[in-house]
Design a protein. Structure first.
Length: 403
């Protein structure tokens, strides 16, 4: 059951954020949020209406192309829904709270460095002729022993209080950045550093960082697919805000997942023309994805059920198109869908990966608005995109490769 949240801090952040946009439609949606929350010192309304209103702001910002602003309100919605602790929002959008967190981080790092020095002192005392290799072995052993620590749920286990759980989430959303480092120790080192920095292309660096982020996201998805027990929610988590994996036709993942009372979409994607594309996710471990019946290959029941679900979503989008377009700015008429389901590694019955691909290809040629693909196909396609992007980065050019 959801634990909805609200309060003065969220109200203050929403009020401050309203000053950062000039789009009338976005400001109107923020007004709707503030009406739900009430004024300063009020009851600070919360619940599903507040979450929906915050997601509407995020979605409108996506349609306006202001993705940073959209992310801000997606985080607000996550807090109001109970998925994020308040400390996370404060780290992002409260400078004083961020400074307090940085100070805590510095102290923790300093404490860790002190413990490392103490460990080296013991090593040198017990082994006066210790080498750098001995020091590496010492800390490698410490790291390996840490791997054996875990959290138990029964008697005798370690149970984290809510304060520590918040700390874990907090550091999961933080990165450590070294700033204001001392000057290089020599004039020659300073010259070399200056030469390096003078040749840095900010745009190229941003592209490289984006490439590395996508590689990490794809690796996480691959690991989840290769885990037989991965649930749909685990796969969904790996694909959230990773619209690039589905190809270049999509500009963003929409913030709102529900457009009619009886439809909650897994991943709603926005096409460049403002229309909707629905991605329906199923498990990767589907044994009867493709079956052999009377000598012929065909999709099994799980795939047909998923396609029927996507058909119902598209029908609901068609029937409610005027209301959805007026309220949310998304054109759902003749929306399309992709069903991602299964992987050849899990299919039984002696069906080969090539036969699975051919069966899906045959099925998709007879479908108009819904395409069925496997996680294998999705991973391979995304990997090829990354390989091409990586090759361009290595060559330092944005030109298309020769045919």
């Amino acid at each position: 059951m959801a634990t909805f949240r609200s309060g003065f801090t969220l109200w203050r952040m929403v009020t401050s954020a309203q000053k950062l946009t000039e789009h009338p439609s976005t400001r109107e949606r923020i007004d709707a949020v503030l009406r739900i929350m009430g004024g300063l010192g009020g009851t600070y309304g919360k619940g599903r209406p507040l979450v929906d209103a915050l997601e509407d702001v995020a979605q409108d910002a996506i349609l306006q192309g202001d993705f940073a602003f959209a992310q801000r309100f997606q985080r607000f919605a996550a807090y109001a829904r109970g998925d994020l602790f308040l400390e996370i929002l404060e780290n992002y959008y409260d400078e004083e709270a961020r400074q307090r967190s940085e100070e805590g981080m510095r102290r923790m790092i300093a404490m860790g460095a002190d413990r490392a020095v103490a460990a080296l002192d013991v090593l040198c005392r017990d082994k006066p002729d210790a080498t750098a290799a001995d020091a590496r072995d010492l800390f490698r052993g410490i790291a390996q022993s840490v791997d054996h620590l875990g959290l138990g749920s029964g008697e005798g286990g370690i149970q984290l209080p809510i304060r520590e759980a918040r700390r874990l989430q907090q550091y999961g959303h933080m990165e450590i950045v070294l700033r204001n480092l001392p000057r290089p120790a020599s004039v020659e080192a300073a010259r070399m550093m200056s030469d390096v920095l003078s040749n840095v292309d900010a745009g190229m660096l941003a592209q490289l960082l984006e490439l590395r982020t996508r590689q990490a996201g794809l690796a996480a998805l691959r690991a989840a697919v290769e885990e037989p027990n991965s649930s749909e929610s685990a796969l969904h988590a790996c694909l959230k805000n990773q619209e690039w994996i589905f190809g270049g036709a999509y500009v963003a993942e929409l913030a709102r997942r529900q457009y009619t009372p009886d439809t909650i979409l897994d991943i709603p994607l926005l096409r460049g023309d403002g229309s909707l594309h629905v991605v329906e996710l199923k498990r990767a471990n589907i044994k009867n994805l493709v079956i052999r019946l009377n000598g012929h290959l065909m999709l099994g029941a799980p795939a047909h059920h998923a396609v029927s679900q996507a058909q119902n979503y598209l029908r609901a989008m068609d029937e409610n198109r005027p209301n959805i377009l007026a309220e949310h700015g998304v054109d759902t008429r003749r929306a399309s869908a992709t069903v991602v389901i299964g992987h050849s590694r899990y299919v039984t019955g002696g069906v080969t990966p090539q036969e699975i691909a051919e069966t899906l290809r045959t099925y998709n040629t007879h479908a108009a608005r819904i395409e069925v693909i496997t996680y294998e196909t999705l991973l391979e396609s995304a990997s090829r995109m990354l390989a091409l992007s990586s090759a361009r980065e290595d060559s330092g050019t944005d030109e298309e490769p020769a045919a």
